[in-house]
Write a protein that binds this ligand. Structure first.
Ligand SMILES: [Zn+2]
Length: 188
């Protein structure tokens, strides 16, 4: 695993059916420059069946899109919820997440985003974090994360504040990414 969220996590070739599912999933995920991606999400107050249905849908879309994280604004829901991979082969939901600790040590790695396809940009982030919040049933959850798992959680937490990878990368990488994205904006 090397790339965050938007990229194929493992290097296997997708068969035709999986590729079709991936495209259908991506079609249900808001794409840059959709306005929902720039907005700040609100705290969740009701842990009800609607929330659990949303979480199930997000987990399915994340898996089918071959991402390692997905935040609610990416499906047009402005609530503080994301799903992500806290360790290999596990998918968890975090509601009202808060990063309560982060390491001073940082590293830089390329990140993609399911909402900004075709772009990979370098981003510096703390290597280790502690994340607290609730699960979809309202129970307290706490994750101690490092490496790509910490990176994925920070990426998703940024989505809840309307912050995208192109906002956090270097000026040069941002310029290059926007030059890739700009023709698409004209077409759509
Ligand atoms: Zn993203």
């Amino acid at each position: 695993m090397s790339k965050v969220e938007g990229q194929i996590v493992e290097d296997e070739e997708l068969d035709a059916e999986a590729e079709a599912r991936r495209r259908l999933a991506l079609a249900q995920i808001r794409q840059y420059p959709d306005a929902a991606l720039k907005m700040t999400a609100r705290a969740v107050e009701a842990f009800d069946d609607d929330l659990r249905d949303l979480v199930e849908r997000m987990k399915r879309l994340m898996r089918e899109a071959h991402g390692i994280g997905l935040a609610a604004p990416q499906v047009g829901v402005l609530q503080r919820i994301f799903v992500f991979t806290p360790r290999k082969d596990v998918v968890a939901a975090v509601v009202n997440p808060v990063i309560v600790e982060q390491s001073k040590e940082t590293d830089v790695a390329d990140e993609g985003c399911l909402s900004i396809q075709g772009v990979l940009v370098p981003i510096e982030r703390p290597v280790r974090i502690t994340l607290e919040g609730k699960d979809e049933n309202g129970a307290d959850v706490r994750f101690e994360l490092d490496d790509i798992f910490a990176r994925a959680a920070q990426h998703e937490a940024d989505h809840l504040d309307g912050v995208l990878i192109i906002d956090k990368t270097t000026p040069d990488a941002r310029r290059e990414a926007l030059s890739i994205l700009r023709p698409r904006i004209v077409i759509t």
